[in-house]
Design a protein around this ligand. Structure first.
Ligand code: FES
Length: 129
């Protein structure tokens, strides 16, 4: 038995498709209504975030990917694919962990829903600059 200091995280992996199919589709929605998640394959990575925009509830699955951002069709807030961060509004769209299994399935961890706070984004930017 290992001591994890109580930091063990529960996972709830949802299979969203074969990796080749996910890459081919590029952007699609799984689930329904408020709990729907948009999955995006972009430049060799797969991302997942809430499909319902935090601003006024438009569907991000109907948006477009520009560079590393998913742009909402409602009012063009643009969310960073990895963190969900919207730099102009300083707000965050919830994101999910994604993995590819050994047999080539893409899975989204429904238990990993995460919102990044401004200080965390600033720290990441500092490290990268
Ligand atoms: S509803 Fe998404 S930016 Fe307004």
């Amino acid at each position: 038995m290992s001591d994890t200091g109580g930091l063990e995280q529960e996972h709830d992996w949802l299979d969203v498709g074969d990796v080749s199919d996910v890459v081919r589709r590029k952007k699609f929605v799984v689930g329904e209504e408020e709990s729907a998640i948009v999955v995006v394959a972009h430049e060799g990575c797969v991302y997942a975030m809430d499909n319902v925009c935090i601003h006024k509830g438009r569907e991000l699955g109907r948006g477009v990917v520009l560079r590393d951002r998913l742009v909402c069709p409602g009012h063009q807030w643009s969310f960073q694919l990895g963190t969900g961060w919207e730099a102009v509004k300083e707000r965050c769209q919830p994101t999910y962990a994604v993995r590819v299994t050994d047999d080539g399935r893409v899975e989204v961890d429904l238990a990993s829903r995460t919102v990044v706070f401004p200080d965390a984004v600033a720290s990441d930017t500092d490290v990268m600059s």
